[in-house]
Design a protein around this ligand. Sequence first.
Ligand code: GLN
Length: 249
Amino acid sequence: MELRVAHLYPDVMNIYGDRGNVIALRYRCEARDIRFHLGQVNIGNPFNPAEFDLVLIGGGQDREQRRIAGDLVGRGPAIREAIGHGLPALAVCGGFQLFGHRYVDHDGSIIPGIGVFDLETRHPGPVADRCIGDVVLETELGEVVGFENHGGRTYLALDQAPFGRVRRGFGNNAVDGFEGARHNNAIGTYLHGSLLPKNPRLADELILAALRRRYGPEVDLAPLDDTPERAANQNAAAIAIRRSRRATG
Ligand code: GLN
């Protein structure tokens, strides 16, 4: 089998090591003798979602989001349709924001999104505190850990499912207790870290969804020795809890 991954704007949207998500997916495929093909899609490059099994987009500063937004919006209908038909995707932070309807950035400029998720993001302005720190989520895939650093606050429409609920950290907007968003096999999240190396179950869920969509529902993944990954996950969760206790006294 082969996993074909499209990495959108890797030369621009790669803040806080989100490229580590590609490294984790490649490792978890090749350790199981599953071929791994990476297609890098930068501004102006050809991109047909039908040729891929999984789409990734990482985070970026406001100026980097402005830089890619026009190109991404042009690809929006094809990406929305593919995700509507089950294409798995992982959109992180700035990429997550642009997979919503729009992002009103730190100086009030409106950056258009592609509407995969029914949400919008608004930055409260340059003097507002950023949402920075360790995060622990409760999700359908169990506990997920990561790191967040964003100024924008994301607001889900009533019928938009979150990715998880916040146990530690700010999450989408530091108010409603939700983090990220889910639509079909697409996951949006603020969690950097990078996310997938420390959350092996999430990585495998994305791989499995992609392979079953291409090769059929009977596909399964052989277990890997995830001792280091689980240790990294538990360590990150412990640090998040310890730091949050220290912060709240
Ligand atoms: N520029 C966006 C914000 O500040 C996203 C940041 C990021 O991708 N880490 O909210």
